[in-house]
Design a protein around this ligand. Structure first.
Ligand SMILES: [Zn+2]
Length: 205
């Protein structure tokens, strides 16, 4: 049984933090990383503004007006959007609906903890994603409780329900890639790669 999907889009060739001078109040004094990876730069200029959902190279997920309106029409709650001065009709999406991942089953790696802010320089092991609570994801848009990546390039994974995927496809929202989320036992029995293939496959995207 598929519990839901991890959804990703293409990269948009942009950096959220491009040209940004982060202030002392925005970063940890010890490790220098952002205190909040849900960072919005209103001056972001999108170089490729054709996608309905895309990711900056460092942080931030950008959606089109079309996808934003789709979310409104579906009455999806727990998400909000911020606009850009120079990229009209595109928005950064922030997802307050968090879903807890199973750190142990996925063997998520946490590397170099900062003594001051208690966060990690690197977090590896986003997909395949395993849920702490292995129940079907309801219709809506959710984010993992963890941020993956290194340094300031960190993002949660975006998770949707099976019904949400059908709606997105019916709407012909472009460029989305869906990776099924299975229960851990189902994945182990059917999809776990053989040790020889594991290294190239079983990594952070
Ligand atoms: Zn720190």
């Amino acid at each position: 049984m598929i519990l839901g999907y991890v959804v990703t889009g293409p990269d948009n060739d942009g950096y959220m933090l491009d040209g940004v001078n982060l202030s002392d109040t925005e970063t940890c004094p010890a490790c220098g990383l952002l205190l909040n990876f849900e960072y919005h730069n209103p001056d972001l200029k999108l170089r490729r503004s054709t996608f309905d959902l895309s990711h900056c190279y460092d942080l931030g997920t950008i959606v089109s007006l079309r996808l934003k309106e789709f979310c409104t029409r579906c009455n999806y709650t727990g998400i909000h959007f911020s606009s850009f001065h120079a990229s009209q009709n595109y928005y950064q999406i922030f997802i307050d609906n968090k879903i807890e991942l199973d750190v142990a089953k996925r063997e998520i790696q946490f590397i170099k903890k900062c003594k001051h802010c208690k966060r990690y320089k690197e977090v590896i092991g986003a997909t395949p994603a395993f849920l702490k609570n292995e129940e079907p994801i309801p219709d809506g848009i959710f984010a993992s409780d963890l941020f993956f990546g290194s340094d300031n390039s960190k993002n949660p994974i975006i998770i949707v329900g099976t019904e949400t995927r059908e709606k997105l496809q019916a709407e012909k929202i472009k460029g989305l890639w869906f990776e099924p989320i299975y229960t851990f036992s189902q994945w182990e029995g059917n999809f776990k790669p053989k040790p020889a293939e594991q290294k190239k496959w079983y990594q952070f995207w």
